[in-house]
Design a binder for this molecule. Sequence first.
Ligand code: SF4
Length: 438
Amino acid sequence: MSKPTKPRILFIFPRWPNRTLWGHFKYKFPALGLLTIAAITPPEYDIELVDENCEPVPMDSDADIIAFSVMTPLAHRAYALGDHFRARGKTVVMGGVHVSCEPEEALGHCDSVIIGEGETAWLAWLEDYAAGTLKKRYCTEGFSTLEAIPPARRDLLKKKNYITSGTIQLTRGCPHDCEYCTVTAFFGRRFRMRPLEAFVREYQQLEDRFIFIVDDNIMSNRKAAMELFASLRGTPKWWGSQAPITVGDDDEALRAMAACGCKSLFIGFESLDPDNLAKMGKKFVEVDKNIERIQRIQSHGIGIQGSFIVGYDFDTPAVFDQMYTFIDQARLEAFLVSVLTPFPGIRVTKRLEAEGRILTRDWSKYDMNTVVYRPVGFTPDELQEGYYALNKALYSLRSIVRRSVNFKKNMAIFVPQNMGFRAAWKSLLREKQRDERA
Ligand code: SF4
């Protein structure tokens, strides 16, 4: 007698749309959320995972269940794939930040949605699937305690596709509530942390030399952060994470971070205008202290990837020169300048909606590089063109060489990052020029 076959799940992370920067960026990071959901899936299921940014989706898959993690700019693609698989008789389930904010929309393309953090609702969904009693909506009550999260299923990845498969998470939640940020809308303001020993065990087992700790604010809880840094001492790995610029006031923490392999921090400066920062709810970024704090962080051998937003209400066309000069003079090792993007469910979106300033809900344009709302200090075209020109200038070889004075200790991290974004911007802007000529 042949053994009964297990039900099969195909997890899909959909691809970025054409004509987006991330679609052109060749260094990929794996989707940690799906790897975590895969890890908590009971062994009664066979699992396969496809990251469409690296490999084609098997459109004739014989999986029983097709599960998607959906970010806003990927929603159209997820919905097209959802329609395709439903038409083939598959059970389709979607979760992720976008679906949690727009569940009704997503339900037009799948059988069920998972709203909120997926861990507990996913197990309830699987139970109902097995019992044949599926509902349309599965809501996570409150937030996961993170107590029982097992190591992510990185064995499902084709590792050659990624710059590092070592993405890992210790904490969720951020005590701040910046107006433009999806983190507090989805993960809340209350700090939550996995058991430190479980995290350190998983960290030590990672094969990659460079690890990215995806926590939105590694300094959310200083005491816990210091315990983490002490636990990682002696591990021969480099790591990067995200922190607020105020870490630049904390020499003790910086020393502890550097001593356990921290090589890069993604830091949100967002604006160089105090009025914008006040509107964002980001008063802890003090513009006149930026350079001093940056230099203190860099003096510990920790490179900075600065994050900036253009298009906030007090910005004018002067913002482009101002931002270029700041990034150049601060010798930031790397940076990410985005256009303000009113993602569903966040505070700034409610404000822009109330002011009648949202121009489109075509989610494929919500890529953080396209103007989808009416700014105050420029026309949408002025903002768009100025934004392209700023990135072109910042990724010129001249700018990269000037900023490379600080790369020395961290070449392996910041050279690929700068050259990768330079290539992505060149290719994207070439495509846009071709479109305009056509
Ligand atoms: S932008 Fe950073 S500091 Fe502000 S709420 Fe989001 S994660 Fe917290």
